[in-house]
Write a protein that binds this ligand. Structure first.
Ligand code: GL4
Length: 838
């Protein structure tokens, strides 16, 4: 695809002072006008929150101009569009991103300074839009940024949760969850009360023959809930393209409440109906890599899929094209199995409402959908009970049975000798109760299935989807390695590094083509460049140290090695391995002579991440980290040599402070469990090195940056099964160092040992499923290698710079171009120039 690029970047354009001054004045007037009129506040009592609101509204005005133009342009050209269906969009803050994309951040900074504020303070007034759990939701947000930046005609569809992911507080060393009501003031959304869709649930299906003798099914009665659209503009970087993210909110279909019920005295139950309807979009389920099978979650899924498909079909119908053209106009990507109901829903629309024959409809469906798998963890694979389906979506269950029948007939014809195959690949699992296997439905209903990093894409073909490779052939399966947007994760999070890079590469073009970073390699020996690179890292560490002090009260030495693991807390991600390693280090320091201590580089071990509220083991890991921190940080004998920090409430805006400040970050999942990981990419792009297992995208990062620049350790995914088997059936003992760690915990060195006994016994008694004991030795040895490497600051710096220069592959722009070419078959649509963006 052709990327439209502007000849002059806005930064260059704004060096001309008279023009700059004009823009500054206009912008300032707009901010002031919004403060005085939209917010009805006097400039004399304008605080930071009002300054934020005024600035946000001024930038919103600019986005809206481009947004309207983009939509008009797309309506007129009517190109093939991409629809990205995701239950999660972890957007973070929008103002900084909007200012940078429009290219007016510097001007705006001056503007708010004139009003007496610091831009940083203004920006931090915004609440994160945290409609996601972790990597999967953040990936969706990066994809929206890339789709707009590359001018693809694309829409995101999701749910407008009233409560995003909970806020985490640590109270006495334990996680406590606080609801995140984030909609008090959200200038980035536009309610579209005129765009509503009635969504049906429950009821029953009546079949009859029409006048031509054709079997017709009607889904009748049941309950109606209304979906209302809320639109959020998604600006591209230095392009006028501003796409739309449409989030659906639920409300009772009959308006305020049921007047009939009200008049007959059933006031409470009429209000109850309304509340029940609104519950559908009330809260994001807070699990990452885990499905719990709750009815309300299935309701959310259908509500959102049905509303989105109605919208997509309505837009297609405006073009008056024949139905067979549908897949040439529409590509729908399923972000994991959460939107799988869109498949039977489209089939239902085509056969029940539009009167198409089954085969014709099904061929359209398969050509339209693509499915991305994001995990092979069995507990995360969605299954819904057939009785629940029957109750909630009776017509869809029939359609799923018919899809399954056609599919199984095909399998039977082609594999008559494999008698167990039918049971293995059936969409319906013959359990008690029967279950609908959503991943199979998603796969069967799509034309392409992709994994998110090479190892993961290979693994899905040899494990969960093995039979399907035989049935459909390998071409149905693809790999699209994840990526991250360099606009947020370099330019916005690390402005000084971004500027340094630009100064060497002759401008900011690299933010649109990240492979240009390779040109940095020639500066790896450049003294001034090295010095500045190092200073920037130090300044970022200083900023984090300041934040740590403010939020935890602990002072850390900014010259210490910052060792960071921030991500959702999960046994497979192995924060327990990390904290056991920290304990081992603590015990080792305590046993060291003064000479030995002198040689050791001081360390700060930083943890952050949320545990799902019902995930008790993950919560225990957090409390162990906090308990170890209490002891270590107050041990005068250890001093600066080791500090252990748990950062509360890790989220996108905190990641923007944390990521640029790492020396080492930890990506240490049991091999074969982390589908990709994306923070690994963010850390390296910001000049940090990583310690990791041969898992997910770590493998491709190693290939790109060179194995001399990464610290790999641990068993390989092909050995995991045997090792697990050996734990369960073999004789096995925990080795010396790890046993020492367990002894220290059990002796109560970190408080009441009972609090942590489950963590110890998961390793020593319950089969050590995540192979902590198998990888512990090589983990500790690799950390010793890191200590040694860090002593040689010059070589370390060379590794960091070389790695940054080789990270070009991991842009989400590359990733989106791959989806566009190999899965969606869509082209960018050149924007019409407007005056909205600079
Ligand atoms: C995840 C994977 O766990 C993670 O490795 C991957 O980077 C991310 C995006 O592809 O998707 N799958 C689920 S479920 N949650 C994730 O974060």
């Amino acid at each position: 695809p052709v990327h439209s690029r502007r000849k002059t970047s806005s930064r260059q354009a704004f060096t001309a002072t008279p023009f700059r001054l004009l823009v500054l004045t206009i912008l300032q007037n707009e901010v002031v006008r919004h403060i005085e009129t939209t917010l009805a506040r006097s400039l004399f009592n304008c605080d930071e929150s009002a300054a934020y609101a005024g600035t946000a509204l001024a930038f919103r005005d600019r986005l809206v101009i481009d947004w309207n133009k983009t939509q008009q342009n797309q309506t007129f050209a009517d190109p093939k569009r991409v629809y990205y269906l995701s239950l999660e969009f972890l957007m973070g803050r929008a103002l900084d991103n909007a200012m940078l994309n429009v290219g007016l951040k510097d001007v705006a900074k001056e503007g708010v300074q004139d009003l007496g504020f610091r831009m940083e303070d203004v920006i931090s007034q915004e609440r994160d839009a945290a409609l996601g759990n972790g990597g999967l939701g953040r990936l969706a947000a990066c994809f929206l940024d890339s789709l707009a930046s590359l001018n693809y005609p694309a829409w995101g569809y999701g749910l407008r949760y009233r409560y995003g992911i909970f806020k985490q507080e640590i109270v006495d060393g334990y996680q406590v969850e606080i609801p995140d009501y984030w909609l008090d003031f959200n200038p980035w959304e536009f309610p579209r009360h005129d765009i509503t869709v009635d969504i049906q649930f429950y009821g029953n299906v009546r079949k009859y023959q029409d006048e031509n003798g054709k079997q017709v099914s009607v889904w009748e009665e049941g309950e109606i809930v209304q979906a209302v659209a809320y639109d959020c503009p998604i600006p591209g970087y230095q392009t006028a393209t501003t796409n739309n993210l449409r989030l659906w909110s639920s409300k009772a279909a009959s308006g305020e409440f049921d007047f009939q019920k009200f008049n007959s005295g059933e006031y409470e139950s009429s209000v109850g109906d309304q509340q029940r309807a609104e519950t559908i979009s009330a809260v994001l389920y807070p699990n990452d890599n885990l499905e719990r099978g709750k009815e309300l979650r299935l309701k959310q899924q259908y509500f959102w899929c049905a509303a989105s498909l109605y919208d997509i079909v309505r837009r297609f119908k405006k073009s008056k094209k024949a139905w067979r053209e549908f897949p040439n106009q529409v590509a729908i990507q399923l972000n994991d199995t959460h939107p799988t109901l869109a498949i039977p829903e489209l089939q239902r629309i085509l056969i029940d409402q539009e009167g198409l024959e089954w085969d014709e409809a099904w061929s359209i469906v398969q050509k339209t959908f693509g499915y991305t798998n994001h995990t092979v963890l069995p507990e995360a694979l969605e299954k819904w009970s057939v009785p629940l389906f029957q109750h909630l979506l009776p017509r869809h269950l029939q359609i799923i049975y018919d899809i399954n029948m056609h599919f199984l007939q095909y399998v039977e014809r082609n594999f008559p000798k494999d008698r167990d195959m039918l049971g293995r690949v059936s969409i319906i699992e013959e359990s008690q109760p029967k279950m609908v296997r959503m991943a199979y439905l998603a796969l069967i209903g799509s034309h392409k299935v992709n994994g998110v990093a090479e190892l993961h894409s290979d693994l899905i073909k040899t494990t969960i989807f093995k039979d399907f490779v035989k049935i459909y052939g390998p071409d149905k399966f693809a790999n699209v390695t994840n990526g991250i947007t360099p606009r947020r994760w370099l330019h916005q999070a690390n402005p000084r590094l971004s500027e340094l890079v630009a100064s060497k590469l002759g401008g900011y073009d690299y933010l649109k083509d990240l492979t240009l970073l390779h040109k940095l390699e020639k500066y790896v020996d450049d003294k001034d460049f090295r010095k500045e690179f190092q200073e920037i890292k130090y300044a970022n560490k200083l900023r984090l140290a300041k934040y740590i002090k403010e939020s935890t009260g602990v002072s850390v030495n900014p010259s210490a090695l910052f060792d960071i693991q921030v991500k959702r807390i999960h046994e497979y991600k192995r924060q327990q391995l990390n904290i056991f390693g920290v304990i081992q280090r603590y015990l080792a320091i305590k046993a060291m002579s003064p000479e030995e201590r002198k040689k050791l580089a001081p360390r700060v071990s930083i943890f952050g991440g949320k545990a799902a509220p019902g995930y008790w083991m993950a919560k225990t890991i957090i409390s162990l980290v906090c308990a170890v921190g209490e002891v270590v940080n107050n041990d005068k004998d250890v001093g600066d040599l080791l500090k252990v920090i748990f950062l509360e409430d890790y989220n996108v805006s905190k990641a923007e402070i944390i990521v640029p400040a790492s020396d080492i970050s930890e990506h240490i999942s049991t091999a074969g469990t982390e589908a990709s990981g994306t923070s690994n990419m963010k850390f390296v792009l910001n000049g940090g090195l990583i310690i990791g297992t041969c898992d997910g995208a770590n493998i491709e990062i190693t290939r790109e940056i060179g194995d001399e620049n990464i610290f790999l350790f641990g068993n390989l995914s092909e050995d995991v099964e045997d090792l697990r088997h050996a734990h369960v059936y073999g004789n096995y003992e925990v080795n010396g160092d790890l046993q020492g760690v367990f002894n220290a915990i059990q002796q109560g060195k970190f408080g009441d040992a009972n609090r942590f006994s489950a963590l110890v016994s998961s390793v020593v008694e319950h089969g050590d499923y995540y192979l902590v004991s198998d990888d512990f030795d090589s983990y500790i040895k690799t950390h010793a290698v890191i200590d040694e490497a860090y002593r040689d600051q010059e070589t370390w710096l060379t590794k960091c710079i070389t790695s940054v220069a080789r990270m070009g592959f991991f842009s989400s722009d590359r990733c989106i171009d791959e989806y566009a070419e190999t899965i969606w078959n869509v082209e960018p649509l050149k924007p019409k120039e407007t005056n909205g963006s600079a």
